[in-house]
Design a protein around this ligand. Structure first.
Ligand code: G1P
Length: 309
């Protein structure tokens, strides 16, 4: 089945407290923490735009003004840069302000991801839409952006598609885990039909080790379900629970997307992203690469010394 409803709108929930990055996030939204020199939310918005998204709604809270400023035009800064002949920098900051049509709405109470998405109900209306979670940055040099892969899968099946990748068994308790419908085969081996979904299960109870990693294309019927969704894991209204209920009336698929995903909501994940992104940059890769080798050598020497004592 080919569906001609285009996916033009995306929702980016960014109302979390960023507790895992305190004290940095006391006054700075975690979405503004930079990987090298680009705030994490900019990578997310760029992926949405490269996937064909035209309108983006960011769900914020009262502490997120600087995110709005980042994607706005900054006349004063542009003028100062221009006066000092920094035309390259002027072009760069101007491009950020023209990335997409970005709108903001506040989530007034921190009631969970499902509740944050419900705040987008009137913005989305009756269209299929995308969700990108800010903690999951996905890099894709070889193929299409992760969200574009999901949108293409959606166009093919005409039903909601969640983006998954395999995680280790001892990691399943951190994620929404999908239950593949084993009776149903699709032509694309990356695409599986679902029979269930569970938020943050214990390893023993997990129906698979396919974890939802921050990318969704959903049909608008999800909103009616979110409106009546009861509190779930962690005392929050969970998007996963509403998608699981959507399965009672519609098909839902999981797509095992290609790309390297970084959990930038986690300190180690953030450090890994910083190192890899720096190594991917022409202006930094030689210095950073040489420094990493130097660090690795001194770590090796320290371990050898410890063993000898
Ligand atoms: C959220 C979702 C979860 C998903 C995860 C990673 O959890 O609720 O289903 O697997 O993001 O994208 P959180 O990390 O906000 O606890």
């Amino acid at each position: 089945m080919m569906i001609n409803k285009r996916v033009k709108k995306a929702v980016i929930p960014a109302a979390g407290l960023g507790t895992r990055f305190l004290p940095a996030t006391k006054a700075l939204p975690k979405e503004m923490l930079p990987i090298v020199d680009i705030p994490t939310i900019q990578y997310i918005i760029e992926e949405a735009v490269q996937s064909g998204i035209e309108e983006i709604l960011v769900i914020t809270n009262s502490n997120k003004h600087c995110m709005e400023n980042h994607f706005d035009k900054s006349y004063e800064l542009e003028e100062r840069l221009m006066n000092s002949g920094k035309t390259k920098e002027v072009k760069m900051i101007d491009e950020i302000a023209n990335l997409a049509n970005i709108y903001y709405v506040r989530q007034k109470e921190p009631k969970g991801l499902g509740h944050a998405i419900l705040c987008a109900k009137s913005f989305i209306g009756n269209e299929p839409f995308a969700i990108l979670l800010g903690d999951d940055v996905v890099v894709n040099k070889e193929s299409k952006p992760a969200l574009k892969q999901l949108i293409d899968a959606y166009q093919g099946v005409g039903a909601s598609v969640v983006g998954v990748q395999t995680v280790a068994e001892n990691q399943v308790h951190k994620y929404g885990i999908v239950e593949p419908d084993k009776r149903h085969k699709t032509k694309d081996e990356r695409l599986v039909k679902l029979s269930g979904m569970v938020e943050k299960p214990k390893a023993k109870e997990a129906p698979s080790n396919y974890a939802v990693l921050g990318r969704y294309v959903l049909t608008p019927e999800i909103f009616q379900l979110l409106e009546t969704q009861e509190i779930g894991a962690g005392g929050e209204i969970q998007l996963t629970d509403a998608i699981c209920r959507l399965l009672d009336t519609q098909a839902v698929y999981a797509y095992d997307f290609e790309g390297t995903r970084y959990d930038v909501g986690d300190k180690f994940g953030f450090i890994k992203a910083t190192i890899d992104f720096a190594l991917g940059r022409e202006d930094l890769k030689d210095d950073v690469g040489a420094y990493i080798q130097q660090v690795a050598q001194s770590c090796k020497a320290a371990t050898k010394e410890e063993k000898e004592v």
